[in-house]
Design a protein around this ligand. Sequence first.
Ligand SMILES: [Zn+2]
Length: 66
Amino acid sequence: MELCNECSTLQGCSADRIREEGLTLIGVGECEGVVAIEHYRCEKCRALLVRQLCGCSAEQVWTAFS
Ligand SMILES: [Zn+2]
């Protein structure tokens, strides 16, 4: 399935970027008590989006899986 425009736009963006609408938080992963990763489901195209909040800055990006 193709990513919707919002997911395509978010793909590869910095995790600092926040998308408020159309996403459902489905899971959170913690590392040493700090949120390290968030999993979202796009309500539009049903893609899985992962927001990585740990690691070096190059790793702290959004990744979309259609
Ligand atoms: Zn989408």
